[in-house]
Design a protein around this ligand. Structure first.
Ligand code: PEP
Ligand code: MN
Length: 332
């Protein structure tokens, strides 16, 4: 149950009511909201006078539920807005990892030349093997900050574990929580306190319920700027790296109030399929696409097989622009 309290409710009354309902107190934008387990359906009459409005739910998808709030949430990234009433699709492009100043400069120049607002690249990589490239760490974050400064781009980069969340929050315009980190409650809770938009990727083994409940951890920490990212789930199929869950995407559009970004690159894992998939993703009417591109994919230090070279990416970008027009959406 979500309970909006009246503005003038005193601290002690808020605390008493929260204790009696075993509720979380969520403070954001000057509003005080209590969120209980969805098992709670009614409030004791003694508290009725403190309540402005309340919402009852079947499951613990509550703050993210489509029935809560006035439609899709709006998320602001620098001067850009997605979600809400906007028909914007944010294109996030760049390599899997920051590898060198020269490489990330080439990526930033690609974004700039195509009018793409948001550059992606990981600095703390959650690799499957400890013996492969793990990312440039803080040095990489500084290079990304340099790219933002020089080219006026927004930066999105991922957090791998709780030891460097504060650094990533400081340097990034959007903080990415990767698929493997979706269950990390240290990260989720710290991102709940951050004043930055959070892109939460779905773990490849998570149900939609688990995915959205992970987002609830961030929302209930007081951070309203959460974006969901579907990046493929593990199925019986082994010919592609993962299976992009577009049915799940339709579910998230219908049942949650969060903007959605689709990531065809990590889903298929092979560059040959990314352009067609990216167009299919745009046709889903989502708030963003995340596409990996590298100046020289053959020598990429991570995810080499799925990154588009810059010529292929430029071709794809042209067709996405045309498709967006046909869909009455703006690619930003
Ligand atoms: C990435 O975005 O480079 C990444 C590691 O993605 P995922 O967490 O979806 O595997
Ligand atoms: Mn990657």
């Amino acid at each position: 149950m979500i309970i909006h309290l009246k503005k003038d409710t005193g601290e002690k009354q808020v605390q008493d009511m929260a204790d009696s309902l075993e509720a979380m107190i969520v403070k954001s934008n000057g509003h005080i909201t209590l969120v209980t387990s969805s098992k709670v359906k009614v409030v004791n009459k003694t508290y009725e006078g403190l309540i402005d409005d309340y919402f009852v739910f079947d499951t613990d998808i509550q703050l993210a539920h489509r029935k809560y709030g006035s439609g899709k949430r709006e998320v602001t990234i620098g001067s850009i807005k997605i979600g809400g009433k906007h028909r914007n699709t944010l294109l996030i492009a760049g390599p899997c990892s920051v590898e060198s100043e020269e490489q990330i400069t080439q990526s930033a120049e690609l974004c700039k030349s195509l009018g793409i607002s948001t550059l992606r690249a990981g600095c703390f990589k959650p690799r499957t093997s400890p013996y492969t490239f793990q990312g440039m760490g803080l040095e990489g974050l500084k290079l990304l900050a340099k790219m933002r400064e020089k080219y006026g781009l927004n930066i999105i980069t991922e957090v791998r574990d709780a030891t460097h969340v504060a650094d990533v929050i400081e340097y990034a315009d959007i903080v990415q929580i990767g698929a493997k980190a979706m269950y990390d409650h240290g990260i989720l809770r710290q991102c709940g306190k951050a004043n930055k938009p959070i892109l939460l990727k779905r773990s490849f083994g998570a149900t939609l319920q688990e995915f959205v409940q992970a987002a609830e951890f961030i929302l209930s920490g007081g951070n309203e700027q959460v974006i969901l990212c579907e990046r493929g789930i593990r199925t019986f199929e082994s010919k592609t790296r993962f299976t992009l869950d577009l049915c799940g995407t339709a579910y998230l559009k219908e049942h949650t109030n969060l903007p959605i970004i689709l990531d065809p690159s990590h889903a298929i894992g092979y560059a040959y399929g990314v352009p067609d998939l990216a167009r299919a993703c745009l046709a889903m009417g989502v708030e963003g696409l995340l596409i990996e591109a590298h100046p020289n994919p053959k020598v990429a230090k991570s995810d080499a097989g799925q990154q588009l070279d810059h010529d292929t990416f430029t071709e794809l970008h042209k067709s996405l622009k045309n498709l967006a027009k046909a869909l009455d959406r703006e690619l930003i």
